[in-house]
Ligand binder design. Structure first.
Ligand SMILES: Nc1ncnc2c1ncn2[C@@H]1O[C@H](COP(=O)(O)OP(=O)(O)OP(=O)(O)O)[C@@H](O)[C@H]1O
Ligand SMILES: [Mg+2]
Length: 219
């Protein structure tokens, strides 16, 4: 993926001000920065859910700003997996259905979608029988990770994926996330407040005055 000279303002404030970011397939990047600096906004630009005022956004070899609304939605379903900051699961569906829905929307067969969803949830240690609304915060977050992975996306985005997890679970989720670029050749971008998670990324960045700068030489 590639962001070039991306600018985006909200309520008279320039949140993104010339963001440059290139992460090749098979590599990971982490983004840190204080609350409200624009980290989630940056991920929304990559998903095509908000349109920057200027600049280019390239995902899976496609300049997404050139796509129609319908083309953008299809491109997102096929190529992008997102772990949302607050999970965003549907409580009336089971955990497996919450994961399957992403692959069904991308056009996969039900049996195929179900078996991949169940395997991912088992790998992540989510109890099979529980209803989504009865899961703990950490278990919900792991379901959200499984949903983002189920389509083996070209671009995997994660917004604070370990925020609700204790030490051991945090390691398990981080292991799974950071193994995906190596195993599936996708690009991973993780927004985090956790320096130990950020340090696992190949490219470590932080926000500075609306841009991304390297965080590596500071550590
Ligand atoms: N539609 C909007 N109107 C006004 N302000 C907005 C709007 N959307 C976002 N903001 C503001 O933009 C800023 C950046 O929000 P964003 O969610 O990207 O922050 P963040 O870096 O992800 O923070 P956190 O670490 O708390 O998740 C915040 O101050 C937020 O209040
Ligand atoms: Mg955020």
């Amino acid at each position: 993926m590639r962001l070039s000279d991306v600018a985006y303002g909200v309520a008279g404030r320039r949140l993104l001000d010339g963001v440059e970011l290139t992460v090749p397939a098979g590599r990971s990047a982490s983004v840190m920065g204080p609350s409200g600096c624009g980290k989630s906004t940056l991920l929304m630009c990559l998903m095509g859910l908000i349109r920057p005022g200027s600049g280019t956004v390239e995902v899976a070899g496609q300049d997404i700003m050139r796509l129609s609304a319908r083309g953008l939605a299809a491109h997102r379903r096929r190529h992008i997996g997102m772990v949302f900051q607050f999970g965003e699961l549907l409580p009336e569906l089971t955990p497996a259905e919450n994961v399957m829905i992403a692959s069904l929307l991308a056009g996969d067969a039900v049996d195929d979608a179900r078996s991949r969803a169940e395997k991912l949830l088992a790998d992540l240690g989510v109890p099979e029988a529980a209803a989504t609304q009865d899961l703990s915060g950490g278990e919900r977050q792991r379901v959200a990770v499984a949903r983002a992975l189920v389509n083996t996306p070209a671009l995997l985005l994660a917004d604070e994926p370990t925020g609700a997890l204790d030490g051991e679970q945090r390691e398990a989720v981080a292991d799974l996330l950071f193994s995906t670029p190596r195993e599936h050749g996708c690009t991973l971008i993780v927004v985090t407040h956790d320096a130990s998670v950020a340090r696992r990324a190949d490219i470590q960045l932080r926000f500075h005055e609306g841009r991304l700068v390297s965080a590596q030489e500071e550590r």
